[in-house]
Ligand binder design. Structure first.
Ligand SMILES: CC(C)(COP(=O)(O)OP(=O)(O)OC[C@H]1O[C@@H](n2cnc3c(N)ncnc32)[C@H](O)[C@@H]1O)[C@@H](O)C(=O)NCCC(=O)NCCS
Ligand SMILES: Nc1ncnc2c1ncn2[C@@H]1O[C@H](COP(=O)(O)OP(=O)(O)OP(=O)(O)O)[C@@H](O)[C@H]1O
Length: 198
């Protein structure tokens, strides 16, 4: 079974993904792959430099994520441009990793895809878990994790589809407003209901 794990920014996908990993499930992580495809010297990084300018590259040749983030979260045209440069490479690597796990005999593969709905990737997966939080908790966690002002956190949240729309597209929802243990209990019952084994 291929399970898509999604949610909104700072809703707790990585936290749930870590729990799944500790239970032995193989994880294909789109955010990690997004780091991989922009390694120094990669063609994707060159394209980012050509469009967004030399100031997006640090002196050690790596991507200045903070600078690029400042630009793309507040500007839809820039965000669409970055997506058109980086997403094809991310998708190709996600599918390759999924195939690798299936060939290795995995029963269930987890695909952690933050933009599953925004990028219309529902066909990549068979079941969808949405990790949801209330807007207040989401903003608070995003501000403290990324050291952002309330305004910058709001801009990032608005760059994605609203949570209620994502919930409508879910096969199961984890409400991650309480403790991690409470979220793990919800996760366990979803895995049990779907008879999902690593
Ligand atoms: C703009 C970048 C450099 C900022 O880097 P930064 O280290 O600050 O953020 P990070 O990569 O950890 O992403 C954090 C979260 O931001 C959100 N996010 C990232 N990119 C986007 C985007 N293009 N549109 C909307 N939300 C996004 C996701 O919820 C993601 O989980 C980076 O997010 C990026 O390369 N984005 C484009 C790739 C992408 O779409 N990634 C999302 C998964 S496919
Ligand atoms: N149940 C919880 N209780 C307290 N803190 C939590 C809980 N779940 C997640 N967090 C914290 O909230 C922040 C966001 O969680 P996490 O990084 O898992 O979200 P994410 O959905 O993967 O974010 P992104 O979309 O930005 O990658 C992190 O600092 C994490 O430690």
């Amino acid at each position: 079974m291929i399970i898509g794990l999604t949610g909104s920014i700072a809703s707790g996908k990585s936290t749930i993904s870590e729990l799944l990993k500790s239970k032995g499930f193989p994880i294909v992580d789109a955010d990690k792959i997004a780091h991989l495809v922009v390694e120094p010297g990669s063609p994707v990084l060159k394209e980012i430099e050509l469009f967004f300018g030399k100031e997006m590259i640090k002196t050690d040749g790596s991507l200045n994520r903070e600078k690029l983030g400042e630009r793309i979260f507040r500007n839809e045209n820039d965000r669409n441009k970055l997506n058109s440069i980086i997403h094809p490479a991310i998708r190709a690597e996600m599918l390759a990793q999924k195939e690798k796990w299936l060939l290795a005999g995995a029963n269930t593969v987890i695909m952690d895809i933050p933009l599953l709905f925004e990028s219309k990737l529902q066909h990549f997966v068979e079941k969808i878990i949405v990790v949801s939080v209330t807007p207040e908790i989401q903003k608070q966690r995003l501000m403290s994790r990324n050291k952002l002002t309330a305004q910058d956190a709001a801009i990032r949240i608005q760059s994605q589809l609203p949570m209620d729309l994502k919930e409508k597209g879910a096969d199961a929802i984890i409400y991650n407003n309480g403790t991690i243990e409470e979220s793990e209990q919800q996760l366990n019952s979803i895995l049990f209901n779907w008879n999902a084994q690593p």
